[in-house]
Design a protein around this ligand. Structure first.
Ligand code: ADP
Length: 275
């Protein structure tokens, strides 16, 4: 399998005045097409920063990020924006919907940004509202929807541009347990039916349980990693082959970690800002 996301020796440090806040310290990560991968780790371990850099929302201090073999850190701002629009969908903890638009218009808006006509965009929005099972709520504005419904709109919006990758930052954090579970089930089903790759940051045990791969961060580094065969989603029309393997099989892989350590040992170049 080929990696569609590849980061190498990724470093990021935020500065508040003269105070450094190290966020990422040499991240080597490969994500393959169709994965339902979860970034776990305590608050402050670097999960959001990593997602934002992979999603071309933020820059890094050093290292490389290739998404579909294109080094996004070297792109111009305009190119990054277009790349994001065409290849990556985002789901945020706080939903980030436009308050004055209806659910349907929120979804249609991103399609219009892609250059589609208003009419076509609204058609697409209807389709995705159906997919996330809230077609009847399309006319409502975000503040007339529950948290779970808003997050469904956010997922529909993320999928409406037909991205190959969805990056979701703590998508269940503001939801009650059952609504969170429904949402995970929805994302898992979309992952398996459409083959969309999901990279999700989360503390939520239910999200971790659903992961096909769990990547644990601590202090800006990958400290552990598991590939797991998740429980089957509740309804799948065409599952991707990896999910058809026997349940319960759990293969612990430490390759990334090993390679990461080896690479760091081989290359003494260290960013003194991070030490
Ligand atoms: P997580 O998503 O795991 O909670 P973050 O990526 O948000 O972690 O943060 C990683 C580290 O970077 C933390 O120490 C955090 O305080 C710091 N950080 C993140 N964003 C900023 C920012 N805009 N300014 C200063 N420090 C930041």
């Amino acid at each position: 399998m080929t990696s569609i996301i590849k980061t190498r020796d990724l470093h990021k440090c935020y500065w508040v005045g003269t105070m450094p806040h190290p966020a990422l310290h040499g991240i080597d990560l490969d994500i393959e097409q169709g994965e339902f991968a979860v970034l776990a780790g305590r608050s402050g371990s670097g999960k959001s920063t990593l997602l934002n850099i992979i999603g071309a929302l933020e820059s890094a201090d050093s290292g490389s990020v290739e998404v579909f073999d294109q080094n996004i850190l070297q792109m111009t701002q305009d190119r990054r924006t277009r790349f994001r629009l065409d290849h990556i969908g985002f789901v945020f903890q706080a939903y980030n919907l436009i308050r004055v638009f209806s659910a349907r218009e929120n979804i249609a808006y991103v399609c219009q940004l892609q250059g589609k006509s208003k009419e076509e965009s609204l058609e697409i929005a209807n389709h995705w509202l159906r997919e996330v099972e809230i077609e009847h709520l399309g006319y409502r504005k975000p503040d007339q929807l529950s948290g779970g419904q808003q997050q469904r709109v956010a997922i529909a919006r993320a999928l409406a541009t037909e991205p190959q990758i969805i990056l979701a930052d703590e998508p269940t954090a503001n939801l009650d347990t059952q609504t969170g579970r429904n949402l995970i089930h929805l994302m898992q089903g979309l992952n398996q039916r459409l083959g969309t790759t999901f990279l999700i940051s989360s503390h939520d045990p239910d999200v971790k349980e659903a992961a096909s791969r769990l990547i644990k961060l601590a202090d800006g580094q990958i400290v552990d990693e598991w590939s797991t065969i998740p429980k089957p989603p509740i309804s799948i029309s065409s599952a991707c082959p990896v999910q058809n393997k026997p349940l319960g099989e759990r293969v612990r892989i430490k390759l990334n970690r090993m390679f990461s350590r080896r690479r760091r040992k081989q290359s003494p170049k260290d960013n003194s800002r991070h030490s």
